[in-house]
Design a protein around this ligand. Sequence first.
Ligand code: ADP
Length: 397
Amino acid sequence: MKIFVVNAGSSSLKYQLIDMENEQVLCKGLCERIGVEGSCISHKSADGKVYETETPMPTHSEAFQSVVFAMTKSDAKVIDSFDDISAIGHRIVQGGSIFKGSCIITPEALNDIEELGALAPLHNPAHVLAIKACIETFGSEKPQVAVFDTSFHQTMPAKAYMFPIPYKYFTDYKVRKYGAHGTSHNFVSSRCAEIMDKDIKDLKIITCHLGNGCSITAVKGGECIDTSMGFTPLDGFMMGTRTGTLDPSAITFIAEKENLSPADLNRIFNKESGVLGVSGVSNDNRDVVAAAKEGNERAQLAIDMQRYQIAKFIGSYVAAMNGVDAIVFTGGIGENDAALRAEVCGYLTYLGITVDTDKNALRGENKITTDDSRVSVYVIPTNEELAIARDTLALVK
Ligand code: ADP
């Protein structure tokens, strides 16, 4: 069975085709600038063949048609026809309190995803466009599945997901913590239990997804009991361009001083803050680390702040679970930045964590602590596309 995994944004479309017999990626690609001048597709097959072209894509429908061409007719083709594809799995950012797991996309589910656009205006409307374009391109008979970033976090108790604001904002507008990166936290925590050869029901795991966006989740007995991202992916600790948690009065103070609108604040705190805002160098971890090495003090400060905040979140989740058996690092930074992992673990020696420096320097999936470390720390590469494909397969089978 082949599963087509789709991650659609308002002007972009990322995709992978996965053969579920061996869970191998057959091809992957990206359509960019959908709806604007200069739309293009970049497609790569597993054997390294590339198809890249600029072609008009006024809507997601034309983007899918380009993908069909790339997959079935281009020099980098991997299948003869889309009939070879059993189902389509969509990454959906916001499932609200409605979706507690992945689901087959029925007209009712599509309607719910559309309505949840109020909570994720940058994402859900784009997902809906992509789902409708798939129906147009592949027909309504081709099963489509929605896999939500939020559903893994739906097990949080109210004491974790409620905000201490007047209750009417929860009842009237559904303002609460939803979390994000759920597919990744679910994937790496399950894999962690597998590596440890233990039943996840008996484990307390803290998963750190550190990429451009960053979040940390407390997974107790296989269920999320708390997570750092909140109402939106802006909450938690500092990321490439996002603030993480802020004193609300700092926000109102700055807004008054500079006469800023809510839209201005959204832009500043989502796109101009975090590691970029403090360092003034870049949102990319590698650039900031390089600048710090050359003596840039603000770059060093940004690095220090982020690592300190990560350690504090981990500590708070040790408290929330009354213990921890394993900590997992994943995402572009979590998987690749050995110095960050060593420094964060350095804050946690009170837990009996001892990092094995040689193992920490290795690439790929590894346990990075010594055998006598009281808590095991792992690097586990995340694979959200594979997780989406697995859920899709399970639902359409
Ligand atoms: P996204 O959240 O967009 O999926 P990624 O998970 O790919 O992002 O993470 C991107 C981040 O990972 C960037 O800040 C990048 O600098 C960092 N990163 C990638 N490779 C390395 C590396 N070898 N060393 C340090 N940081 C890295």
